[in-house]
Design a protein. Structure first.
Length: 752
């Protein structure tokens, strides 16, 4: 095409043929356009039509020539913004062509072409700001690791060293029996290292350090989650049930052997018909005063103990929760030590055990179903810290109220609801480490003429992973807070701590489930390969949302606790109490709802932790007041309280969610205040801001409905979330490296 008039069609011809971007319909649009151009001769029209004939595609040489002409035009005027700008350059700014601007721009519109996008594809920008973004940390990773590990740094380092040893190499056999034995061997090694008995009193060979025990559980979760659960069942549930519910005679008899794994055992609470509803358990323990024995019995199939860890293969004894029956009177659920197997691992008379078989995950744990057929145990096998039977065969308890005794008993076992979310947290950290490090290395697409770009540079990829990274950091500090509250608890605080632990168990495990799913997708097909471990993490943690209490049920427990606090402060939910609460609530945030603040969008305000906390607190208090008001209205209207709670169940979940959001943010902000390393503090502060703003963005519908935010502000928040993700990109790899997960545990080829 030596004729400069004809050259003006080169950009359109290139679009047609280079990537098959235009359809047959668009071919016709260009053909019709050519036919109505009166400035072209008949021969020129015929020639141009031949260039877009589907039956006569151009040769590779012709395509290269066209692209070369376009490149020359852009080189002459690098500021070209549209296809018509290129057309002008190709025509040497011919006056005739300039006069056809409207026609050519209309052609672009008719073809549905975005001129700027097409031009950017034509340009050879090998160095764009997207392509040059890369990992460039501004803080010392080791210092942040030290902050994260805190006072438990020494025990964490010890556990990491142990699980990095050759004997902890992953078991790859698909034979469940082999896998279970490997997990049991690992548990023995840990017991020999005095890690299993860490929470027990020193008098019985333990370390007397519950904080270290929780840190051990979390750190082991970087390795194999079947090991974590086996470890938790043996040394946590089985051992701590003896320690928490038993008395001196039980400690002397069992604790040392449990801590060394000489006496493997189970925690037999859940039944086929009753999991979350412990009060409804149907297994019975009938007392015979003449023989001073109990008869442990499963009355029917649906009352069998189900999903009991350690039961199918290794457990020799179990803490069994059963209804205590004395002289045909039901004294509620109590705990009893019941032998299952002898020293040779032979199942004892009256005991029936079935294997639960293959599960979605955690197949290194031998879950089983236990049934008791009039099994006789001695009186001393009743764990009698909170209830006992005296020499006259009568029931005694230092806690006269059945309800209070029951909840006190369960309250001593709340540690499991701290261990599980901390294990889930470690799994989320592992998934994020794999996904972020892989995304930093994995390259895909890029600017024309340049190299492919790390997919972690793409805004949407950052959007997928970085808010989850921020939330995982937030949960880390929140769980440290819950652990401290539990260790330093007073009896008066226990109801609040139990609810907090239950809520954080739900909050953290749900976060892990969502995080691992996103990590799997973010790694594409590589994330689907077993060798890269995300699948195992996903499958093994699926059950975390269910055991130690179903998450939805636990969230209702949290909400009821918040309503109880509400009643304590404002009376028995009478009208004046609610009015007082709403007034106090509104008074503190009235400034936030004035038109100036609801649409305030400057950066300093959007990044201010005071704004974040106010927004979270406002939502929490408003939802709580609304739920209380609705419950009162339903009950006054004649509904039974049980029915009223059922009607507002969805609102109860919102109450719990808003409360936990606030607790998590509050503890994140408080943790930041204690940072001594200024460089780490600056970066982790960005994570805090990202967590807060992404949660507000997630709940923007509620804030908009309530009038707390206006659309202009929610849009500004969305932009700020994007900006924070972009700013965190150079730090992302270092932020996951700060978890300091051993390479042998990470073990994913895509990050090695």
């Amino acid at each position: 095409m030596e004729n400069s008039k004809l050259k003006v069609f080169i950009p359109f011809f290139n679009l047609i043929w280079s990537d098959d971007l235009l359809t047959q319909k668009e071919h016709l649009i260009i053909k019709d356009f050519i036919q109505v151009q009166n400035w072209l001769t008949i021969n020129e029209k015929e020639f141009l039509a031949s260039q877009i004939a589907i039956s006569n595609p151009p040769s590779r040489i012709v395509l290269t020539t066209w692209k070369s002409e376009i490149d020359k035009a852009i080189a002459q005027n690098p500021r070209v913004q549209s296809i018509f700008d290129i057309v002008l350059e190709l025509s040497n700014n011919d006056i005739l062509i300039k006069g056809l601007a409207t026609d050519f721009i209309q052609l672009e519109n008719d073809l549905g072409i975005l001129g700027e996008e097409v031009v950017s594809n034509f340009k050879k920008n090998a160095t764009t700001f997207t392509s040059t973004h890369h990992s460039a940390p501004t803080f010392e990773i080791a210092k942040l690791t030290q902050i994260l590990d805190g006072k438990q740094s020494a025990i964490i380092q010890k556990v990491k060293a142990i699980i990095s040893r050759p004997e902890f190499a992953y078991e790859t056999s698909t034979d469940t029996a082999i896998y279970r034995e490997k997990v049991y061997e690992w548990c023995k090694i840990l017991a020999d290292e005095n890690l299993g008995n860490m929470a027990y009193p020193k008098k019985y060979g333990g370390g007397e350090n519950i904080a270290d025990y929780f840190a051990i559980m979390e750190t082991l979760s970087y390795h194999d989650l079947s090991l974590v659960i086996k470890f938790g069942v043996q040394f946590g549930l089985w051992g701590m049930s003896i320690h928490s519910l038993g008395t001196e005679k039980h400690y002397q008899k069992y604790l040392k052997d449990i801590g060394t794994l000489k006496l493997p055992g189970c925690f037999a609470m859940s039944e086929t018909n009753h999991g979350s509803n412990v009060k409804g358990l149907e297994t019975t323990a009938t007392y015979n005063h003449k023989d001073k024995t109990f008869l442990i019995h499963t009355p029917h199939e649906k009352a069998q103990k189900e999903y009991i860890g350690n039961a199918a293969v290794h457990g020799q004894m179990a803490t069994v929760f059963a209804k205590l029956i004395i002289d045909e009177v039901d004294y509620g659920v109590n705990a009893f030590v019941v032998p299952l197997r002898d020293e040779n691992n032979v199942i004892l008379k009256g005991i029936t055990i079935k294997d639960c078989g293959l599960k979605m995950g955690l197949n290194g744990v031998d879950n089983g179903i236990i049934r008791f057929d009039n099994v006789i145990i001695p009186k001393d096998n009743m764990l009698d810290r909170f209830a006992s039977i005296n020499d006259q065969g009568k029931f005694e308890s230092p806690i006269p109220s059945d309800n209070r005794r029951f909840f006190t008993m369960l309250g001593t076992l709340v540690g499991g609801r701290i261990g599980i979310p901390r294990s889930a947290l470690a799994a989320a950290k592992s998934g994020l480490t794999i996904a972020i490090k892989y995304s930093d290395k994995r390259k895909q697409f890029g600017p024309e003429g340049g190299e492919e770009v790390s997919i972690l540079n793409y805004r949407m990829h950052q959007r997928r992973l970085f808010p989850l990274l921020a939330k995982t950091y937030a949960i880390h500090f929140a769980l440290q807070y819950v652990t401290t509250r539990f260790i330093e608890r007073t009896e008066l605080e226990m109801p609040e701590i139990e609810a907090l632990a239950a809520g954080m168990k739900a909050y953290a495990t749900w976060n892990t489930t969502a995080t691992l799913q996103e990590c799997r997708e973010a790694c594409g097909g590589k994330g689907y390969l077993s060798e890269n471990r995300i699948g195992a993490l996903k499958n093994d943690t699926e059950i975390y949302t269910t055991f130690e209490g179903d998450n939805t049920v636990l969230m209702q427990l949290v909400a009821k606790n918040r309503l109880a606090e509400f009643r304590k402060t404002y009376g028995k939910m009478d009208a004046m109490g609610i009015i007082s609460y709403v007034y106090e609530n509104t008074k503190t945030v009235i400034a936030e709802k004035n038109p100036i603040v609801t649409r305030k969008t400057d950066e300093a305000h959007l990044l201010d932790s005071a704004f974040h906390l106010s927004a979270f607190e406002y939502r929490e208090k408003t939802i709580l007041a609304s739920a209380a008001k609705r419950l009162k209205k339903l009950i006054i209207g004649g509904l039974e309280p049980y029915d009223a709670f059922n009607v507002v169940q969805h609102q109860m979940i919102d109450v719990a969610q808003a409360y936990l959001d606030r607790i998590v943010l509050e503890q994140f902000v408080k943790a930041l205040e204690s940072f001594e390393d200024p460089q780490s503090k600056v970066i982790v502060a960005k994570l805090s801001q990202l967590y807060a703003l992404s949660q507000i963005e997630k709940n923007k519908g509620w804030y908009l409905e309530d009038g707390y935010l206006e659309p202009v502000k929610t849009k500004a928040i969305r932009k700020m979330v994007n900006q924070l993700c972009w700013e965190l990109r150079p730090e992302a790899v270092s932020l996951v490296n700060a978890f300091a997960i051993p390479d042998s545990c990470l073990a994913a080829p895509i990050v090695m």
